[in-house]
Design a protein around this ligand. Structure first.
Ligand SMILES: N[C@@H](CCC(=O)N[C@@H](CS)C(=O)NCC(=O)O)C(=O)O
Length: 225
C-alpha cells in the first residue's frame, strides 16, 4: 500500500488542501510538522526551498518527493480518484476550477499587504463586496450537477470546500458564501453536502489550524502568541 507524508508547517495554509484530499480519500498519511527552529536546515533539503512537500512511499519501499502545492494537489487528486474523468481535457477542466480559486486566494493575500490596518480593512471590505462575489459568480455558473462535474466529488469540489473554510476563518458570518448564499445555491449545496460527510469530519477532527491565525481587527494572518 502506498503511504504519504505531508511536510508542512504547523498551520493550515498551503498544506490544508492536500491534507483534505488525503483525509477525504481515506489514504494512509502522516503530517510531518516542520518547526520554525528546524526550517533553516530543512529548507535546502526540499526541491524548491519551500513547503509543502509530499513524500510518497510505495509498497516496494521506494520513495519519491513532490513539491509545490498545486502539483501535489493535482497528483493526489489523480491517484486518489478525485478527478472528473480519464481524459486530459476533463482533468484540465478540474484544474481550471482550482486555478481560478488560487487566483482568488492571491487576491485575498494581496488585500492583507497594506501597511496599516485601515488600508487592509478597506481592501478586504472591497474583496467582500466585489472581488469574492465576482469569483463565486463564475464558479456558480460552472457547476454542472450536484457537484462541479455531475454526481461525483472531485478535487474541484474539495477546493471550493477549502475556500469556504478559509472565508469563514477570515470573515465569519460576513463570508459572501453566507451573506449572499442565495446567489450561489449550487456552491452552497456542495459545501453543505461535503460538510455533512468526510470533509466535515476532516474539519472537525483532523484539520491542523496550528499557529497561524486570522487577526480580525488587524485584517491579517499572524502567529498566535
Ligand atoms: N508556490 C509554492 C509556495 C510555497 C510557499 O511559499 N511556502 C511557504 C510556506 S506557505 C514556505 O515554505 N516558506 C518558507 C520559506 O520561503 O523559506 C506552493 O504553492 O507550494
Amino acid at each position: 500500500m502506498t503511504t504519504y507524508e505531508l511536510h508542512y508547517f504547523n498551520a493550515a495554509g498551503r498544506g490544508d488542501m492536500s491534507r483534505l484530499l488525503l483525509d477525504f480519500a481515506g489514504a494512509s498519511y502522516k503530517n510531518v510538522l516542520v518547526q520554525n527552529a528546524d526550517w533553516g536546515t530543512k529548507k535546502d533539503t526540499t526541491p524548491f526551498g519551500k513547503v509543502p512537500v509530499l513524500v510518497i512511499k510505495e509498497a516496494d519501499g521506494s520513495t519519491k518527493e513532490l513539491a509545490e502545492s498545486a502539483a501535489i494537489e493535482a497528483y493526489l487528486a489523480e491517484v486518489l480518484g478525485l478527478v472528473p474523468g480519464s481524459s486530459p481535457f476533463e482533468r484540465a477542466e478540474a484544474l481550471s476550477v482550482v486555478s481560478a480559486f488560487l487566483d482568488l486566494e492571491d487576491k485575498l493575500r494581496t488585500a492583507s499587504t497594506g501597511t496599516t490596518s485601515e488600508e487592509r480593512k478597506t481592501a478586504h471590505e472591497k474583496a467582500l463586496a466585489e472581488t469574492i462575489p465576482m469569483y463565486l459568480k463564475y464558479q456558480e455558473r460552472f457547476v454542472r450537477g450536484s457537484y462541479y462535474f455531475g454526481d461525483k466529488v472531485t478535487y474541484a469540489d474539495l477546493k471550493l470546500y477549502q475556500i469556504a473554510l478559509k472565508l469563514e476563518e477570515m470573515y465569519g458570518d460576513s463570508s459572501p458564501l453566507k451573506t449572499k448564499a442565495a446567489d450561489f445555491p449550487k456552491l452552497t449545496k456542495i459545501v453543505e453536502t461535503l460538510a455533512a460527510g468526510k470533509a466535515g469530519d476532516y474539519t472537525k477532527n483532523h484539520r491542523i489550524i496550528g499557529v497561524l491565525k486570522w487577526f480580525k481587527d488587524e485584517w491579517k494572518w499572524g502567529f498566535a502568541a
